[in-house]
Design a protein around this ligand. Structure first.
Ligand code: FAD
Length: 329
């Protein structure tokens, strides 16, 4: 299986590093009280040396401003690249353009472009979307807005005071979502792979997967995507499932099939500690298996706490490193 990309190097591409390329996802805090705890978590995650930390948008009621606050914290307080999720939901072209500009003005240059899901309580169907109907359209819009905002940069010419030379612009890096087991709303089995191809053609340079429960779900999906012509790296998204309640919620949200062995193991543990151990061991096994199969790195859904995902990495034998550049300031 090929997991490299022939595209030019990108800030988001898993880079050769001391250990396995890592990244984490967090969400904006739901109250001021949780903000300090999230900052502490981000410091711990940053110390593990990830290539980026991504911040969700819209999901669970969060809006752009609250995502941006967290992204600014990552930018200012750690040396890790912040990556902003952004969705099509409810946006006119003008509103989406304004939002993208706001992120760019804040110095955020890495995006995960998403179609988004209907807000809670909204009708199914596409009326919730707005002018942009798919993530591929959003990828194009981000690229266009950034090109208009920063068509080029200038650099001094050594030995020629006052002279400047034009340099190619620093491009926005755009990641997109991928669905190893198909998107729940796909109309035919390959629609999600067609969508991934369209997103890459629109300018995406990295895909991050929805959670999955079996290594082969990811590995066979990558093989099918390569056969279809997808070139960009596909990072496996791994979520430690540490309680039966969390399993129920993620199954509702993602439409994934119930993993019977994991569900049984969680339900037969009577303590929260025992259930957490089951979830950590399952996620660690998954990480080891996808890496053995050629995955270019690991993206962990952190649920705004560091202990669990760092335990997954320890249990999987994946070294984390407090590189000076990533150490908490
Ligand atoms: P697209 O690429 O536009 O579509 C992907 C696939 O969805 C299509 O191929 C098709 O199979 C199916 N599909 C889309 N539209 C239709 C339709 N009208 N009819 C039938 N099938 C359709 N959501 C948030 O709101 N905020 C987040 O921060 C967020 N972060 C995410 C992070 C990751 C890594 C992933 C995997 C998902 C995330 N999501 C988030 C969820 C995502 O927005 C939804 O899964 C959404 O339904 C699809 O988004 P997309 O960008 O893949 O859409």
């Amino acid at each position: 299986m090929r997991t490299d990309s022939s595209a030019s190097p990108s800030r988001l591409h898993p880079r050769p590093t001391v250990g396995v390329p890592l990244s984490f996802e967090v969400y904006p805090p739901r109250s001021a009280a949780r903000e300090a705890a999230l900052h502490e978590t981000i410091r711990h995650l940053a110390a593990a040396g990830p290539q980026f930390i991504s911040v969700t948008f819209g999901a669970g009621g969060s809006v752009g401003g609250r995502s941006l606050d967290v992204l600014r914290f990552i930018r200012d307080e750690t040396a890790v690249e912040p990556l902003a999720h952004i969705t099509c939901v409810g946006n006119t072209y003008a509103a989406a353009t304004g939002l993208i500009r706001e992120f760019l003005d804040a110095g955020i240059l890495n995006f995960l472009a998403l179609r988004g899901d209907p807000p809670e309580g909204a009708d199914e169907g596409d009326s919730f979307l707005g002018d942009l109907q798919s993530a591929a359209e959003l990828v194009q819009l981000i690229d266009r807005v950034q090109a208009a905002q920063a068509p080029y940069t200038e650099a001094g010419v050594p030995g020629l005071p006052g002279a400047a030379q034009l340099q190619r612009r620093l491009r926005a890096e755009i990641a997109v979502a991928a669905f190893p087991n198909g998107h729940p709303r796909s109309r035919h089995p390959n629609e999600h792979i067609d969508a991934l191809l369209a997103k890459e053609a629109a300018g995406a340079t990295l895909a991050i997967t929805q959670l999955f429960f079996h290594a082969d779900d990811y590995l066979s999906f990558v093989a099918r995507s390569r056969e279809a012509g997808v070139m960009m790296p596909i990072l496996p998204g791994i979520m430690p499932i540490t309680s039966p309640g969390r399993l129920r919620r993620v199954l509702e949200l993602t439409g994934e099939e119930r993993p019977r062995a994991l569900a049984f193991a969680l339900e037969t543990e009577s303590t929260a500690e025992g259930q957490a151990e089951v979830g950590i061991a399952h996620a660690a096994d998954l990480a080891q298996a996808v890496l053995a199969g050629g995955a270019p790195g690991i993206h962990l859904y952190a649920f705004n706490e560091h202990d669990t995902v760092l335990a997954v990495l320890r249990e999987a034998g994946i070294p984390t490193h407090s590189l000076q550049r990533n150490a908490p300031r």
